[in-house]
Write a protein that binds this ligand. Structure first.
Ligand code: SGN
Ligand code: CA
Length: 510
């Protein structure tokens, strides 16, 4: 009896916004490694994202949404828990998620929502708190991917991963109990490395000559960790493994031929018909030095953007489904990614650093009943704030232990104030791509970063005068009082968030 009363209360309570109404549905589409610089809604001119741009036009674009740890599994753990990495236990991709901890979908489930997670999950343990899940193992595969179902069985499904993931999500939506609201997370693998486009999208960017980012030839002066990374296009990115050139056999295990092992004969034929002539032309050119580097950059951009075409098309399928089923008005649709990505800035691919391109994530919300179409939201928000925001929008109580804050009020009142700063802490070192451990604070104008472990040092950037973060002004006389202020703010954040590791670093060697 009590349960039924609670359910009714939640699903039909007077909403935050006045009138008595049905609880909204929530669809969260989270892609993997989607760089803001390639998304139309964030200013890209490549035309790769018409459906994301549509979502933005009909909703709100958060232009300052940041992740607190720019790497996959930790970002997903924060999305689920509303807690920083040191609290939810997911500091790096090697950690195993304790899925029995308090996650927002379980709270929604208990309040009467049907919950589901489909596609990339990447948290090692199986999901909990969901009525339905169907996930790819680990990073998943682009072609004819394996999926693990709730009974633990793994099956190889036919098709391209982004399509298959969407098929499963739409199928679940079709079969759901129409009397209850729903919350589904659609986790897309795309456009994660190794950027394998769908057959129908091969070559879509071959006529585009991508301009080099201003700091493509960065020499990393005065930035020790940046100079020591292993995520650059010149050396780390492989002609075979990353760019699909079969003649590169330098890394046999990961050779280019491995790309086609999961493909059907038809897929393989189309794949080779596209890449073989590119390779023939590449070999003929016999490129060296910067010529070779810039060729790699162009290929990288083409493969990556082509991979996002399917991602966007499948977002379109979800939006069409909502339209056709009369669900658009009462469904909150979120588009985000687990972090940003470098598209040649600093000469890099990958993420991890607290620099803008990787820390900055897309975050777009459409909720026709509440959000005015075409709203731009410049307030700083962190992914630690996502879970409490979803709960608040769903009218479900926010557990006291959640560290993030709900920014639902911004949706109603886009001029409202929110955070003064966001907090960041990256841990995966030593590890793939060799990015040193660091933590820091970002305000609307400045960024103070503390690297520790392998070496101890600070970096400070004025994002207004130096948006590309090339000029580390830490230690300069002119920035001394600013540094003092930011250090105090950082210490306050570290203390408030109970980050003992960071607190120790600050105490030992300020
Ligand atoms: C894989 C990639 C890395 C990438 C990590 C983490 N290598 O290990 O380039 O940084 O994933 O990415 S690959 O050879 O397997 O492609 S994350 O988005 O899952 O955190
Ligand atoms: Ca990722």
């Amino acid at each position: 009896m009590k349960g039924i009363y609670f359910l009714a209360l939640t699903l039909f309570a007077t909403s935050l916004y006045g009138q008595v109404k049905k609880a909204p549905n929530i669809i969260i589409i989270i892609s993997d490694d989607h760089a803001l610089s390639t998304i139309g809604a964030y200013g890209a001119k490549y035309g790769a994202t018409p459906n994301i741009d549509r979502l933005a036009k009909e909703g709100a674009v958060f232009t300052n949404a940041f992740v607190n740890n720019s790497i996959c599994a930790p970002s997903r753990a924060t999305l689920l828990t509303g807690k920083y990495s040191h609290m939810n236990g997911l500091r790096d991709n090697m950690d195993e998620f304790d899925a029995s901890q308090d996650v927002f979908p379980r709270r929604m489930q208990q309040a009467g929502f049907q919950t589901a997670w489909v596609g990339k999950w990447h948290l090692k343990t199986y999901p909990q708190g969901f009525d339905f899940w169907n996930i790819v193992p680990g990073q998943g595969q682009y072609y004819n991917p394996s999926f693990i179902s709730m009974n633990g069985d793994t099956s190889k499904l036919n098709g391209y991963c982004t399509d298959v993931t969407t098929d499963i999500a739409l199928d679940w939506l079709n079969k759901r109990d129409q009397e209850k609201p729903f919350c589904i997370v659609i986790g897309q693998k795309a456009p994660h490395r190794t950027w394998m486009p769908d057959i129908q999208d091969l070559g879509k960017y071959d006529q585009t000559k991508f301009p080099l980012p201003k700091n493509f030839y960065d020499k990393y002066e005065n930035r020790l960790a940046a100079g020591k990374q292993d995520m650059n296009i010149v050396n780390t990115m492989k002609l075979g493994y990353d760019l699909k050139m079969k003649s590169d056999t330098s890394d046999k295990l990961n050779s280019a031929t491995a790309f086609t092992t999961r493909m059907t004969a038809t897929q393989r034929k189309a794949w080779n018909a596209y890449y073989d002539p590119i390779e023939a032309d590449f070999l003929k050119q016999n490129l060296k030095g910067n010529g070779l580097l810039e060729w790699k950059y162009q290929r990288y951009m083409r493969d990556y953007l082509s991979t996002t075409l399917s991602l966007d098309r499948n977002i379109g399928r979800v939006l069409d489904y909502l339209d056709k089923n009369n669900l658009t008005e009462n469904t909150i649709v979120i588009y985000t990614s687990d972090q940003g990505f470098y598209m040649g800035e600093h000469g890099w691919f990958d993420k991890r650093f607290m620099y803008e391109e990787s820390m900055h994530a897309p975050f777009i919300v459409r909720y026709p009943e509440v959000v005015k179409a075409g709203t731009i939201m410049p307030q700083l928000v962190s992914n630690v704030d996502f879970a409490p925001t979803f709960l608040k929008l769903a009218n479900v109580p926010i557990p006291a232990e959640i560290q993030g804050k709900s920014f639902d009020n911004l949706l109603k009142n886009p001029k409202a104030k929110f955070r003064e700063s966001v907090y960041y802490h990256y841990y995966e070192f030593p590890g793939e791509h060799s990015v040193m451990r660091h933590f820091g604070i970002r305000t609307d104008r400045y960024k103070l970063i503390r690297f520790y472990g392998a070496a101890n040092f600070w970096e400070l950037y004025d994002l207004k005068t130096d948006p590309n973060e090339m000029n580390n002004i830490y230690g300069q006389q002119a920035s001394a009082s600013l540094t003092g202020e930011l250090k105090q703010k950082l210490k306050a954040l570290v203390t408030e968030n109970k980050d003992d590791v960071a607190l120790k670093v600050l105490a030992e060697n300020n």
